[in-house]
Structures are given as structure tokens and as C-alpha cells.
Design a protein around this ligand. Structure first.
Ligand code: SAM
Length: 314
């Protein structure tokens, strides 16, 4: 259940990232997985499995991963989330250490669709455990995973990708981990942490680098056929940078699938407010699908570029 227990972040100095915002957001960075770290996490954390359509996805037990983050004290930055038992602290911890309800809606939606993921480039924004992206990777996609907190990427997302794409057979029953094959991991998945604003700038700078590399025959396309995201629109303060990310990263004929609740009490965001915002900005067409009939409404938004409106490119 949602438990928004927002408390002000500890005192920060103003930085350019904080201009126009009440918070100081973390810079974006790319992560290079370490085999030893993945192995230690997989050896220690419980492993769970879910079946979506015909696809089995394995993932580390989120409680054991969260306990590990807490025990390791890997980051003083988020240590107080454990003391305060909070689900989210804006710009400090954005909730990636648990699997939120709409992830399951998005997985069911992907499995029921006739979308083809083989050979496609998929970005999951605000991924946490990254199960929707993993579903696509298991159909043959290259996946890029982004979460705000580096602890989530290192302790949850990377091990989940290793569990599904490196251990053979990919979809075997839960078992002790096998040595992680880093070459397979890095040829199938790319990982980033930090704020959406910084993420767009980082991808943009990489795109500039790859223009030079292209001349040497090493082109890496930075745009995505599918962008997936679940439970990421609760904070209206972040909507403009999320929209900038979506429009910067989407291929001209690409598709965005966003799963969320119609309203997040106490914070103001939700699909109703976000849909109005998107329509007002005029870059994307939005179609809405309701995924439940009881309680707070949950929805999947399908978004595409309006014809001739792809102006926000780098
Ligand atoms: C409530 S969690 C949802 C996690 C996961 N998608 C799920 O459904 O289980 C929200 C996610 O949004 C991302 N997020 C929110 N605001 C962000 C921001 N300004 N920059 C980067 N990521 C952000 C965080 O990575 C966080 O994991």
C-alpha cells in the first residue's frame, strides 16, 4: 500500500540542479557492474520468481536486498529512510527498494499485447527491480535501466538482470547463482542512476561522443523503441523533466507505456493530472487504459509522438 511519508531532506546547499526546484537532485551516472558484487548479493538474498504470460522472471527478494543496503551502510545518504520507515523522501530516496503495484499491471499488459520486443531497444525509467524491462529482455530486447538511487541499481537492478540473462538456463527454477558472465550482461543491459534531468544530459553527451565513434565504425544509437515506466508520476515537480526525458529518448515511431494510479493522495500527481499536463504540452498523443475496477483507479497510458511534433531531439 502507498505510504507517502514525505519529510524534508536534510539541509542542502543550493546548486544549479536545484534552481526552480525545492530539492537538490543527484547527478546522473552510468554504472559498470562488478561480478564480485553481483555474486555476493545473489549468494545472500532470497530469490523469487514470477510467471508473466509464458515468461518466467527471477528477482531478488526486495526485503532482503533492502536489509543488505541498510546493513552495508553503503550510503549515508539514504540511511535515514530505514530509521523513519518511509517509502519516499523526495530527491533522497524515490522508492526503488520495493516493487510497486502498477509494475504488475504493466507486466500483464506487456504479456497480453502483441508488441514485438525481439531486437528492440527498451528503456525502463524509474525501474527499481526492473521487471518490465526484464520481460522485454527475455524476448530479445536490449535494455537500459534507470533508477534514481545508485543503491537500487547496484543491489537490486543489476543482480536481477544477471539472474535472468546470465545464469543458464535463463528461465530455470530458483537455484544458487552461477558465476556471472559480465560480457553477456553488458552486451544486453546498460544501467544509470540519478535525476532525470542529469540523465538526459548524460545521454546527450554520450550521443555526441558516439557521433565521433561512428566515424570509426562504433555507432551506438541512443534512442529507444519502447520506454516503460511504473509509479513514477506522483510528484508534479518532476513532470517537465520526465516529459523532456521521454521526448528526448523516444524513437520517432516509438511507444511509451506508463503505469500509474489516477491520483496519489497528499502529493498531487497521478494519471489524471499527468494526462492533462501532456495534452497541454502538445508533443505526445495519449491513450488511457484502465487496469482495475476497485479502489483507487490504476491506468496504463500509451503515448506516441504526434505526427510531425518530434522537435525535442538532441
Ligand atoms: C515509487 S518508485 C517505483 C519503482 C518501480 N518502477 C515500481 O513500480 O516498482 C518511483 C521510481 O521513480 C524514480 N524517480 C522518481 N523521480 C525521479 C527523478 N526526479 N529522477 C530520477 N528518477 C526518479 C525512482 O527511480 C523510483 O524508483
Amino acid at each position: 500500500m502507498f505510504q507517502f511519508n514525505f519529510s524534508p531532506a536534510d539541509s542542502y546547499e543550493e546548486t544549479p540542479e536545484a534552481v526552480g526546484s525545492s530539492h537538490q537532485w543527484l547527478p546522473a551516472q552510468k554504472h559498470e557492474p562488478s561480478a564480485a558484487q553481483i555474486q555476493a548479493i545473489l549468494d545472500e538474498c532470497g530469490i523469487e520468481e514470477t510467471t508473466v504470460g509464458q515468461t518466467k522472471i527471477r528477482y531478488v527478494n526486495m526485503e532482503s536486498a533492502a536489509k543488505r543496503v541498510q546493513r552495508e551502510g553503503t550510503s549515508q545518504f539514504i540511511s535515514h529512510i530505514f530509521r523513519d520507515h518511509t517509502d519516499l523522501v523526495p530527491a533522497v530516496y524515490e522508492g526503488g527498494l520495493k516493487i510497486w503495484e502498477c509494475t504488475w499491471d504493466l507486466l500483464r499488459y506487456l504479456a497480453a499485447s502483441d508488441l514485438q520486443f525481439n531486437g528492440k531497444r527498451v528503456l525502463e525509467v524509474g525501474c527499481g527491480a526492473g521487471l518490465p524491462a526484464l520481460f522485454c529482455a527475455l524476448q530479445g530486447s536490449h535494455i537500459t535501466l534507470q533508477d534514481y538511487n545508485q543503491e537500487v541499481i547496484e543491489q537490486v537492478t543489476v543482480p536481477n538482470v544477471a539472474l535472468n540473462l546470465c545464469a543458464a538456463p535463463f528461465n530455470g527454477p530458483p537455484s544458487p547463482s552461477t558465476p556471472t558472465d559480465l560480457a553477456t550482461l553488458s552486451s544486453t543491459a546498460t544501467f544509470y542512476s540519478g535525476d532525470w534531468g542529469g540523465f538526459v544530459r548524460l545521454l546527450s553527451s554520450q550521443a555526441e561522443i558516439t557521433v565521433h565513434e561512428e566515424k570509426r565504425g562504433k555507432c551506438q544509437e541512443q534512442k529507444f523503441d519502447f520506454i516503460l515506466t511504473s509509479e513514477t508520476i506522483y510528484n508534479p515537480e518532476c513532470h517537465q523533466k520526465l516529459l523532456d526525458l521521454l521526448t528526448s529518448c523516444l524513437q520517432e515511431d516509438g511507444l511509451i507505456l506508463l503505469a500509474a494510479k489516477s491520483h496519489y493522495f497528499g502529493v498531487g500527481g497521478g494519471t489524471l493530472q499527468f494526462t492533462n499536463f501532456i495534452r497541454q504540452k502538445g508533443q505526445l498523443d495519449v491513450k488511457t487504459h484502465t487496469t482495475n475496477t476497485e479502489g483507487v483507479k490504476r491506468e496504463i497510458l500509451e503515448m506516441k509522438f504526434k505526427a510531425g511534433k518530434n522537435e525535442n531531439v538532441y
